[in-house]
Design a protein around this ligand. Structure first.
Ligand SMILES: [Zn+2]
Length: 168
């Protein structure tokens, strides 16, 4: 039944790491390369955290909230970063709920490879909009489903909401 509670399993996320072979971390790159937000689907960034669209979403609007810190455990993060992560996550959920008119939202994290993390070396939160009809399919398949969504369109629709008054 654990799969019921982990729709954000990172089954496909690791394939989006462009520099995987070279050992580069796709999340660290978000903080070192600040000029490629559109191609990296970064919706919000400050010096501590970033919010981005998952390139391999469970549903349209599947977001990742990432701290700058390259750590594998949440308890290694400073209080101030933890605070911003939760603040950005809750604000993101507010935006997602309004923009996607979803019936529910899953949010959480996979910590460690055994828990389904595709990038276990750098913690990240998932936010997945859920709809009344998607549960049956999900419980049958039990893992990430293939979705075809227009990420570019979703990015353009969401970006203005992350550009103003996001988090302090
Ligand atoms: Zn990293």
């Amino acid at each position: 039944m654990d799969k019921l509670y982990a729709p954000w399993r990172d089954r496909y996320v690791h394939t989006q790491i462009k520099g995987e072979q070279s050992g580069a971390c796709v999340f660290c790159e978000v903080f070192t390369d600040t000029q490629s937000d559109e191609s990296r689907l970064v919706l919000f960034r400050n010096q501590d955290i970033a919010v981005m669209l998952n390139l391999y979403p469970y549903n349209g609007g599947h977001l990742l909230v990432v701290p700058k810190n390259h750590v594998a455990e949440y308890y290694e993060l400073p209080e101030s970063i933890l605070h911003q992560l939760m603040s950005a996550t809750s604000k993101s959920m507010q935006i997602i709920k309004k923009e996607f008119n979803c019936d529910g939202i899953n949010f959480g994290a996979n910590v460690g490879r055994a828990a389904g993390a595709g990038i276990p070396q750098h913690v990240h939160m998932h936010i997945v909009p859920r709809f009344a009809g998607d549960t049956g399919f999900f419980t049958t398949i039990g893992e990430s489903k293939q979705v075809s969504v227009d990420l570019e369109k979703i990015y353009k629709n969401l970006k203005p909401h992350f550009d103003k008054n996001f988090i302090g």
